[in-house]
Design a protein around this ligand. Structure first.
Ligand SMILES: NC(=O)c1ccc[n+]([C@@H]2O[C@H](COP(=O)([O-])OP(=O)(O)OC[C@H]3O[C@@H](n4cnc5c(N)ncnc54)[C@H](OP(=O)(O)O)[C@@H]3O)[C@@H](O)[C@H]2O)c1
Length: 291
């Protein structure tokens, strides 16, 4: 990678914020325009930003991530998750700039009985997953210098995510029920950011699709149990936790039952070894409660 700056989209989001933090720690020059400076629903604004500097790479962390709202807001979801990546990929390709594009486990339908590998057939269950699949396809087609990194179940100390929801509910409710029949790999935004930057910095890596999630697997119930056990150790009050099936927690968008992603390829190709999700969650809770 050249010494030119990286262009980051979604710098105010969970993963984007972690990318910014870690790029600075690595001494990388990185620019993260906000929505006012680069609106991803505006093709001209995207194109102007891409040509404004000789970027070493573009990391696309921006997305329409409201999975349930997407069901009734398909046009905007498609604009941000599919059309914007297509424009980013086409504009970067013209200038021979590599693009690192973040995608999701929701491109799969969750019916496989093992962790998904990169070339498993996709079959998204809802609008969010369908628009993310369209975004992947556009990036693949339009810029040969691409790395698509699929991740899942993103959590961090800041921002709206499952960990912070559990912490909030712990102080509001005596009991809580959490689904135990969806399994996946909780993934720290910090760890995803480090993986994205390692891929961006890799000299000859930018052509393909890889999965990055933390190690091990869990249901949402398991994740809640880990969070509450950690909080109990800190002397904090936690609610009684009950396991329920997905059928008792209906949502507008159907979720894949199996969201596990195999990380064998990113380990092999980049030497990126994800830590276990237990360690990642404990680190997030330490950041949350000790800072
Ligand atoms: N969250 C998960 O559990 C999860 C799971 C699997 C994969 N992923 C993928 O991981 C990536 C990062 O997700 P995240 O959780 O970090 O997302 P996030 O916290 O929801 O952040 C989304 C980012 O996209 C930006 N954005 C949305 N619409 C925009 C627009 N029209 N113009 C400019 N910026 C816009 C937001 O800006 P504002 O702050 O201005 O809104 C924000 O910075 C995404 O590709 C997502 O699909 C996430």
């Amino acid at each position: 990678m050249s010494n030119a700056p990286i262009l980051l989209t979604g710098g105010t989001g969970q993963v984007g914020q972690a990318v910014l933090r870690h790029a600075e720690k690595r001494g990388l020059d990185i620019v993260a325009p906000d929505r006012a400076q680069m609106d991803l629903t505006n093709a001209q604004s995207i194109a102007e930003m891409v040509v404004s500097e000789s970027w070493s790479a573009v990391i696309n962390c921006a997305a329409y991530t409201a999975v349930d709202r997407a069901e009734t807001d398909a046009e905007l979801a498609e604009q941000v998750n599919a059309v914007a990546p297509a424009i980013l990929a086409a504009e970067t390709a013209k200038l021979d700039i590599p693009i690192i594009h973040v995608s999701t486990d929701y491109v799969f339908d969750g019916t496989k009985n093992a962790p998904y590998v990169e070339d498993d057939e996709v079959n998204p269950l809802g609008v969010y997953g369908r628009t993310k699949e369209m975004g992947e396809n556009a990036v693949r087609t339009l810029n040969p210098r691409h790395a698509i990194i699929r991740t899942a179940w993103v959590v961090s100390a800041g921002g709206a995510n499952f960990v912070n929801t559990m912490i909030r509910l712990a102080s509001e409710r005596p009991e809580i029920s959490v689904v135990n029949d969806q399994i996946g790999c909780p993934s720290s935004a910090t760890d995803i950011a480090q993986a994205l930057l390692s891929v961006a910095e890799h000299p000859h890596a930018q052509h393909g699709t890889w999965h990055f999630v933390n190690g091990g697997e869990a249901s949402w119930f398991d994740l809640s149990a880990r969070i509450f056990a950690n909080m109990t150790q800190r002397g904090l009050t936690t609610p009684d936790l009950h396991a329920i099936p997905t059928s008792q927690y209906p949502t507008p968008a159907e979720r894949p039952r199996n969201s596990r992603l195999s990380t064998a390829a990113i380990q092999r190709d980049f030497g990126i070894i994800p830590r276990h999700w237990h360690d990642a969650i404990d680190a997030i809770l330490a950041e949350r409660f000790e800072n």
